[in-house]
Design a protein around this ligand. Structure first.
Ligand code: AMP
Length: 419
């Protein structure tokens, strides 16, 4: 054991054993900084994005606290609540708790919308130690008295900025109001806009603040290139790019669900194993597709930005932007799906003439000019203009709210983006 491995952080043997099974040799920076403070019972404000190891940073101390105390959950109660903005993220967090807690006998449940509530109600009936949930379904179950939170001693709000972005602020506040005052609270967010800072001030008590950036930011570590191409030639170009066996496992991004379906179909017809994942697919279908992609049975996953939120698949070699995102930040989220855990990765963007303003916005945000790919025409003059002084966030205004989003009676607030 060396000084910088997990045992130095004060974690108990069953957790260390589970970490060895995961092949985690040493803590990531956020784990090294957060775990001792959380074991000491402090509240925490974590400024960190996916890929930094933040899930283990909160899951390990919570598991240790829960297993160290003799309390058992009462009927329909939870001892720790983790709120996540999307189902995919909730499922991943649930899996992480199972992996790290494999040598502890703690009960857990993961609940989210879009599926029958019956098995979730059943799972909650005897009470759980750990509950991972998305806000909408959680509130529904609380209102139906299937769940009470008045004995939850640990509360984690993950991806708070996305949570607010998706219109969950009121839900989050209602949920927080149902928690006991004496509790440990952790809030994680990749960015800290005013609304998140306000929420943090309202929820946290004298928190420790830990801010980390990924080991190397995507912008530095990912090879990024752009193809200038007519919109009508994108399909053929995509198939040609994917013929290269170096693209072992790729995610192709589109702006719309419809386009995601079309692209996946066309690739499949061209003999490239591909499937689409987006908000109109059932939860079961999305999980099947993700499993096939994880297991290597699908070489290409075609996704929309929202569906890709929180997806954590190792070994993604390439991200291809079939269409450029109109929100520059989405570009950074997209390309962050590759080059995880120190691996290298590449991002290829197909830019048609109508997307040149989006490209300028991306280059202004990342403060870097994308390299023109081999075989692409030279950068058109319109795309070469100096980047706008301000990234065009106004593009947001064009974004229609996603249809099919969760909407519950009487709450009068519609999420801007569906999970
Ligand atoms: P997260 O930021 O929690 O989404 O974690 C990103 C990825 O890093 C996940 O695939 C984790 O399994 C992995 N991971 C987390 N902590 C470590 C660690 N200490 N060593 C190696 N991999 C890790």
């Amino acid at each position: 054991m060396t000084d910088n491995d997990f045992s130095g952080l004060g974690l108990a043997e069953p957790l260390l054993r589970a970490l060895r099974a995961q092949d985690y040799d040493r803590p990531t920076p956020i784990q090294a900084q957060a775990i001792p403070e959380l074991l000491a019972g402090k509240d925490l404000l974590g400024i960190a994005q996916t890929g930094t190891g933040k899930t283990a940073a909160f899951a390990l101390p919570i598991l240790q606290h829960l297993s160290a105390s003799r309390d058992r959950p009462g009927p329909r109660a939870a001892r720790a609540l983790i709120l996540a903005p999307t189902r995919e993220l909730a499922i991943q967090i649930g899996q992480a708790f199972r992996d790290y807690g494999r040598h502890l006998s703690l009960r857990q449940a993961v609940i989210f919308g879009g599926v029958s509530q019956r098995p979730q109600v059943k799972a909650l009936h005897r009470g759980v130690d750990i509950l991972v949930a998305t806000p909408g379904r959680l509130l529904d179950l609380m209102e139906q008295r299937h769940l009470r939170l008045d004995s939850a001693a640990h509360f984690v709000l993950d991806e708070a900025d996305r949570m607010l972005d998706m219109g969950f602020i009121r839900d989050v506040k209602k949920i927080a109001a149902a928690l006991p005052r004496r509790r440990q609270t952790l809030l994680f967010s990749a960015t800290m806009p005013g609304a998140v800072a306000g929420l943090a001030a309202a929820l946290l008590r004298d928190p420790v603040r830990v801010a980390v950036t990924p080991a190397a930011t995507p912008v530095e570590r990912i090879e990024q290139r752009v193809f200038f191409v007519a919109a009508g030639d994108k399909r053929a170009l995509l198939a040609r790019i994917l013929r290269d066996p170096a693209l072992e496992r790729s995610i192709v991004f589109t702006r719309t669900k419809h386009r995601a379906n079309r692209v996946a179909q066309q690739l499949d017809q061209a003999g490239i194993a591909a499937d689409a994942i987006h908000g109109n697919k059932s939860q079961a279908a999305r999980q099947r597709t993700l499993e096939a992609f994880r297991g290597g049975r699908l070489r290409v996953l075609v996704a929309t930005d929202i569906a890709a939120r929180g997806i954590d698949v190792d070994g993604v070699t390439h991200v291809i932007n079939f269409e450029l995102p109109n929100i520059p930040e989405d570009y950074v989220h997209r390309i962050g799906r590759t080059a995880r855990a120190g691996a290298s990765g590449a991002a290829i963007s197909l830019c048609d003439p109508s997307e040149q303003a989006f490209l300028r916005g991306i280059e202004a945000l990342t403060k870097r000019r994308l390299e023109v790919a081999e075989g692409s025409p030279a950068r058109p003059a319109a795309a070469a203009k100096a980047p706008a002084p301000k990234a065009p966030r106004a593009a947001n205004a064009n974004k229609k709210p996603a249809r099919g989003g969760r909407r519950r009676r009487g709450r009068g607030q519609k999420p801007r983006r569906a999970a």
